[in-house]
Design a protein around this ligand. Structure first.
Ligand SMILES: Cc1cc2nc3c(=O)[nH]c(=O)nc-3n(C[C@H](O)[C@H](O)[C@H](O)COP(=O)(O)OP(=O)(O)OC[C@H]3O[C@@H](n4cnc5c(N)ncnc54)[C@H](O)[C@@H]3O)c2cc1C
Length: 470
């Protein structure tokens, strides 16, 4: 085990990306009653894309957005910036939906990424969109076969370029980490997540959406042929409501056993372009390894490395606070893992570390779930929402406008299969499984077979019909 690099570690509450993007003064909270055609609760990517698509289809739509904090300061502004579809999850898609629907979802998510690129172009937004591909790298013999089922499914379904196997030399030509073995490559890009969120917020306000920040929705009720959303200082009466509050949705009784809230932590180095060049990692690939609690890493235009670890602690009762937002041990572990993977980073400064919640669905796939005649909720991105949130936003907007089309007919609409145990059993179970997964991942990384007890515990979610990681 090696010591980690020096960790200067500022802990910007909303992450380094939000600082880099620059913050604005928040919009005023809602005071008093207001009418709307559609009220959107939660201004992360999903809610903001829904609002954007509503206004795109009909600029006269009266859209109100309610945001508990500031738009885009939650996971949407502090994630790894991997902007990609779900091709690597093709086996899960096939298992859940069958061949044809799996392909339809795969293409729709790919088009969502293209739509984000096109939006940045059309709105002159510099969100650092870099289409360098999405590279999954095996870093131990026990990881070699993981993701090969996605390659096989892509070939079987006639989309071989969606997930392509790379030999060790091809991987090293892109990412020459000492432990890198084979890999697979899927389409994908990186973005600066907070720049995208911030500019989307600004564009919505320019387009006429009414945004109220520091305005939590506290009660939602279908009433008098409409829906009323109450906040501490006012209320919105609307025709339709779209609930895109991310992990906070677990507080709604109908979703209490459909959602688990975990966490992920990230660090960013000082600019290290020489290290990036040393590893031949110069095409902008978004890289993951194949741990169950995976590492995800990417570069920035000024040569920093942003590195995340998906092994954060679960949130008891879905409460987003404490170690879910900032876990010094998870950050230190991420710093150590980065040095183990890329030893040339040793001695360089880690400038910042931060964390955020992850909304995990039992299938690992996002879903649009009707909660009444006039209310839809969307959740369950499982750490993969940057690209798919654009698609889910489009679906939410179409449904709110009463439109049925090929997007609203995708099988992502409807409650996902499976459920998770109620609290506190869920938290205790998730914490135990997490500890076992960390142990298995560490043993695999050393080239050892995971010990049978840890493997048994780590496998429990699968036996219960819950998909975890990879
Ligand atoms: C550290 C980290 C790294 C990640 N890396 C990646 C990655 O590289 N690629 C990827 O695809 N995904 C990644 N993700 C996941 C990705 O960020 C999410 O899937 C995506 O941002 C989900 O967007 P959203 O709009 O659904 O939710 P959120 O971004 O969570 O937005 C929900 C909003 O609702 C607000 N809200 C909550 N309760 C209320 C209320 N009562 N009233 C009003 N507003 C409310 C919140 O403040 C928040 O702003 C990562 C997540 C984290 C935390």
């Amino acid at each position: 085990m090696t010591a980690g690099p020096p960790v200067a570690l500022r802990h910007p509450a909303c992450g380094w990306w939000v600082e880099e993007a620059g913050t604005t003064a928040p919009d005023l909270p809602l005071t008093g009653p207001v009418d709307a055609d559609v009220v959107v609760v939660g201004a992360g990517y999903t809610g903001m894309w829904a609002a954007w698509c509503l206004l795109d289809a009909d600029p006269a739509t009266r859209v109100v957005l309610l945001e508990r904090d500031q738009a885009g300061h939650g996971p949407s502004g502090r994630n790894g910036g991997f902007c990609k579809g779900l091709w690597l999850n093709l086996p899960v898609l096939v298992d859940q939906f069958g061949d044809d629907e799996a392909l339809a979802v795969g293409y729709a998510c790919e088009e969502a990424v293209e739509a984000i690129a096109a939006w940045c172009e059309a709105e002159a937004v510099d969100a650092w969109f870099t289409a360098g591909g999405y590279l999954s790298v095996s870093t131990s013999p026990l990881q070699d076969d993981i993701h090969m089922s996605a390659v096989a499914e892509a070939a079987r379904l006639g989309v071989p370029d969606a997930v392509r196997a790379l030999g060790p030399d091809e991987v090293r030509a892109r990412f020459a980490a000492p432990a890198a073995r084979g890999g697979v490559l899927a389409p994908g890009a990186t973005i600066q997540p907070a720049r995208l969120a911030r500019r989307l917020r600004d564009a919505l306000v320019r387009r006429g959406a009414r945004l109220f920040e520091h305005t939590p929705a506290v009660r939602i009720e279908e009433r008098d042929a409409g829906v009323v959303v109450e906040t501490p200082g006012g209320a919105v009466r609307a025709e339709r409501a779209i609930l895109t509050a991310g992990p906070a949705l677990v507080a709604l009784a109908p979703l209490a056993t459909s959602l688990t809230v975990g966490s992920s932590h990230m660090i960013v180095t000082e600019p290290v372009p020489d290290v990036v060049a040393h590893y031949g990692w110069t095409r902008g690939e978004a890289v993951i390894d194949r741990r169950t609690l995976l590492h995800y890493l990417r570069t920035t235009p000024d040569g920093r490395i942003a590195f995340g670890w998906a092994g954060g602690r679960p949130a008891l009762g879905g409460r987003v606070r404490g170690p879910v937002l900032h876990d010094a041990r998870a950050i230190a572990r991420a710093a150590r893992h980065l040095t183990e993977l890329l030893p040339e980073v040793r001695g360089r400064t880690i400038e910042a570390g931060w964390g955020g919640p992850i909304d995990i669905s039992p299938t690992t796939l996002p879903a649009v779930v009707p909660l009444g005649a006039r209310v839809d909720a969307a959740y369950g991105f499982t750490g993969r929402g940057v690209g798919p949130a654009r698609l889910i936003g489009e679906i939410l907007a179409a449904r709110a406008a009463g439109i049925q089309n090929e997007r609203t007919r995708l099988p992502l609409v409807g409650r996902p299969d499976g459920s998770v145990p109620p609290e506190p059993v869920r938290w205790a179970g998730a914490s135990t499984v997490r500890a076992a997964l960390i142990r298995c991942d560490e043993q695999e990384a050393r080239g050892e077979q995971p010990d049978p007890i840890a493997r048994f515990v780590a496998d429990l979610p699968r036996r219960l019909g819950i998909t975890v990681g990879r």
